[in-house]
Design a protein around this ligand. Structure first.
Ligand SMILES: Cc1cc2nc3c(=O)[nH]c(=O)nc-3n(C[C@H](O)[C@H](O)[C@H](O)COP(=O)(O)OP(=O)(O)OC[C@H]3O[C@@H](n4cnc5c(N)ncnc54)[C@H](O)[C@@H]3O)c2cc1C
Length: 295
């Protein structure tokens, strides 16, 4: 879609401190620009309502993946290609790696960033379900200081976030899994690549002494924001692995259909999304039970 792209102003600060000063001095009037893969679509179509961009792309402080004994911290500018190729992410956070693989095509994966994907606030974005399943935290920074926000409270409404106009996302942190863990990611779309999700689901579970000791379920495209399915999680967490028989799984699927709040839109219907999410959960639980029974 091509339209009349307006003229625009781009500032390229030399450091994170410089970027934060600009944001603080004229609150709300500069739009952070990372890979530009979200912003440039409406910009080129002439439908983007702002024309002042703060270019973050070269900022070293927002790059890199740090590996600590108990956590991994990804710089805001980490691209999908960097996620896909990182050995520790590949070994310990397969959901995040899979969500990077199914985001757009190669060109998008080389340029699009993790922080851009979440700051954009789309309920259909592909990394949020994985970040929710991994219990991620987001670091927000302004001239006044920095704060860590649990990712599950970052999205406050459709396209709305907990971020203040003078703040930037600087890093995203996930805690390294330990023990007997299970990871599951499924994106359901019209095609495997270059398709926006109709339903996206990611799960992380840990078993201990024959029980599900930890279970988190992140979903996309089934509510105004990426969401955790808390009632369904409560049903599953603490359960004995032996309890995962047909009737229990049917009950969990029903709980998920009640947890989510999908809508009818051009990509799908609410009723289709409910059924698909429930069926994917059924498959997940069967795989999880089989995996943990092999302990
Ligand atoms: C052809 C195509 C296919 C795509 N396919 C997919 C797909 O399959 N799945 C999917 O999820 N997405 C997809 N996208 C969307 C997009 O590529 C991703 O959302 C990407 O991660 C956005 O990152 P970016 O760095 O390009 O963000 P930008 O476009 O630079 O910015 C996006 C938003 O984030 C804000 N922002 C960026 N960085 C920061 C920061 N550090 N702090 C605060 N705010 C920030 C910007 O101000 C803007 O509001 C696709 C896009 C295109 C054009």
């Amino acid at each position: 879609m091509r339209g009349q792209a307006p003229s625009c102003t781009v500032q390229t600060p030399a450091s994170l401190a410089g970027a934060l000063e600009i944001l603080f001095a004229e609150k709300g009037s500069w739009r952070p620009l990372a890979g530009g893969t979200d912003l440039m679509v409406p910009f080129a179509a002439g439908t983007l309502p702002f024309t002042r961009f703060l270019n973050l792309w070269g900022l070293e402080e927002l790059q890199g993946i740090e590996v600590a004994p108990d956590s991994l911290t990804l710089g805001a500018l980490t691209t999908y290609a960097e996620i896909r190729n990182h050995p520790v992410l590949r070994a310990e956070f397969p959901n995040l790696v899979q969500s990077a693989w199914v985001t757009g095509a190669m060109a998008i994966q080389n340029r699009g960033t993790l922080a851009g994907n979440i700051a954009n606030g789309s309920p259909a974005a592909d990394t949020p379900p994985s970040l929710l399943a991994y219990g991620a935290e987001v670091q927000l920074q302004s001239l006044a200081g920095s704060r860590w926000v649990p990712y599950e409270s970052f999205h406050t409404g459709y396209k709305q976030t907990a971020m203040l106009p003078e703040e930037l996302i600087t890093r995203i942190r996930v805690h390294r899994p330990a023990g007997d863990t299970f990871h599951f990611f499924r994106k359901v779309g019209t095609r495997k690549a270059q398709a926006i999700s109709k339903v996206c689901l990611a799960a992380y579970a840990r078993a201990e002494a024959g029980r599900v000791a930890e279970f988190r379920l992140g979903l996309g495209s089934v509510a105004p924001v990426p969401m955790r399915a808390l009632t369904t999680e409560m049903l599953i967490q603490g359960q004995s692995i032996d309890a995962f028989h047909e009737r229990f799984i049917a009950g969990a699927k029903q709980a998920l259909m009640e947890d989510i709040r999908p809508i009818d839109d051009i990509r799908s219907t609410a009723s289709y999304r409910r059924k698909v999410a429930a069926n994917v959960l059924g498959q997940l639980l069967e795989e999880m039970a089989e995996r943990f029974r092999r302990q």
